[in-house]
Design a protein around this ligand. Structure first.
Ligand code: PHE
Length: 453
């Protein structure tokens, strides 16, 4: 193992960085949208089950591979299975990271635009949010401009390196993000729609459960925990030998799930506070529905509407930033370590490449709106293929690799830090990755895809 490989400086730094990757648009924008579309509390229950049974074991598997090999995902597989085809899991991870980045920065650009507009006060002055949102996203120059600015910020952080870039920024941004969420939840509890919002989030209606809902919940768990894309594997390659892998994975999963559920607590009481606004408004939920909700809910005290919406979009922007950093790092680490390019050059090359695909995604809300495959725009195709097809497949191969191919002693050594911590979780872990996780993913994936098609 290389002695000069970069490392996180502290255990807190490592957890904040990994949690920063996990907590993102997936929690605050995608989770409430999926909850709204899939019937509320029942979806949340299934989602939490997916996190515990499927998500945490896959995250631990990535941690084991990353820390043991001290490499990005592709090289990690190459070192563990030299000359075998297993490294395609790494390639697929890096490719999915690339695809996700290209549409992730589009929505991230929207969060930047909305943060600027809400702080400048334009958002609270405007009242036709649907037109406002459409005018912005369908103007290719504006959405490309904001995506490029966002990408440039990510590039600057990544090119500063692991400790001075990723760790330093995550240690500042994550606590800020948690603080803003806390303030927003308190505000949400004073809204008139709190009872309906809570009922929607907490009272399960199992009649809405179908296999495709379960597939959506599993896809959301993969997406939200940043799994099967090399992000967690790459970050784990910067962990110290003392980092406890299982408890770190559990901390990340707990922070991620709390933020997702709290986002529901912020958004749905707001949505139910305004008549005529539907919980299943889709991806526009946080950009079209919420601004009007903020305005109307705080009609008598407009300054509160201003503060609430500014804080909310800044929160969304910060969350997007730390996640995009990890996606960018996953691809950059490969180019930097394997192709021998300097970190700065590698990061620049990666940024320019995914931005080219990102332009297509930006245009799919404007000039390329009618360019569709099975009714899905380019943006939707990227989201569908990555989260519902490639992530579950990558996750499946990954656990088969850890459960069936990897040497058990190697896995035990990583999980118990060479016998220095108790090994009782090891047996449970191996049982899950050998039997339960592969079976769960295979059944949900195949039945879900059949139902969708
Ligand atoms: N987990 C991030 C989120 O919830 C998104 C992400 C996906 C980040 C994949 C990294 C890798 O928004």
């Amino acid at each position: 193992m290389e002695g000069n490989h970069a490392n996180f400086g502290s255990r807190m730094g490592a957890i904040f960085a990994a949690a920063g990757s996990a907590v993102g648009l997936g929690n605050i924008w995608r989770f409430p949208t999926e909850v709204g579309n899939n019937g509320g509390a029942a979806f949340i229950l299934i989602y939490i089950l997916c996190i515990v049974i499927v998500g945490i074991p896959i995250m631990v598997s990535e941690f084991v591979i990353g820390r043991h090999t001290q490499s990005n995902m592709i090289d990690g597989f190459r070192k563990l299975a030299p000359g075998k085809w297993w490294c395609i899991i790494g390639y697929q991870g890096v490719i999915v990271a690339f695809i996700i980045l290209s549409y992730y920065i589009v929505v991230s650009g929207w969060t930047l635009y909305y943060s600027v507009e809400s702080v400048a006060g334009s958002l609270t002055r405007n009242h036709k949010y649907d037109e406002y949102f459409q005018a912005f996203v369908s103007n290719p120059w504006m959405s490309i401009l904001y995506a490029v600015i966002f990408m440039a910020i990510v590039h600057v952080v990544i090119s500063r390196g692991v400790q001075k870039g990723i760790e330093k920024f995550s240690k500042v941004m994550m606590p800020m993000l948690l603080l803003i969420i806390g303030v927003l939840v308190v505000c949400a509890f004073s809204m008139p729609g709190i009872d309906d919002g809570l009922r929607f989030l907490l009272k399960p209606d199992f009649s809405k459960l179908t296999v495709s809902v379960v597939l959506s919940a599993m896809g959301q768990a993969f997406f939200s925990l940043s799994l099967a894309m090399g992000c967690m594997c790459t970050y784990a390659s910067y962990f110290s030998p003392r980092t406890k892998l299982v408890s770190s994975a559990m901390s990340v999963a707990v922070i991620d799930t709390i933020v997702a559920v709290l986002s529901g607590f912020i958004i749905f009481p707001a949505v139910f506070s305004v008549p005529g606004v539907e919980a299943d408004a889709g991806p526009g939920l946080v950009f079209i529905t919420l601004p009007s909700v903020f305005n109307m809910a705080f009609q008598s005290i407009p300054i509160l509407g201003y503060v609430f919406s500014s804080l909310f979009y800044i929160l969304l922007f910060l969350a997007a930033l730390t996640s995009a950093m990890s996606l960018h790092e996953s691809v950059t680490a490969y180019v930097h370590e394997s192709l021998g390019m300097s970190r700065r050059k590698a990061s620049f090359l990666v940024a320019v490449s995914y931005m080219s695909l990102g332009v297509l995604c930006c245009l799919s809300f404007g000039p390329l709106r009618d360019c569709t495959v099975m009714g899905l725009t380019i943006f939707d195709v990227f989201d569908f293929v990555s989260s519902k097809v490639l992530l579950p497949l990558g996750g499946l191969l990954l656990v088969i690799f850890t459960g069936w191919y990897l040497d058990r002693n190697l896995v035990r050594d990583e999980i118990t830090n060479h016998g220095t911590i108790s090994s009782h979780v090891f047996g449970i872990f191996i049982f899950l990755v050998r039997w339960i996780v592969p079976a769960a993913i295979a059944v949900i994936f195949i039945r879900g895809i059949v139902e969708i098609l």
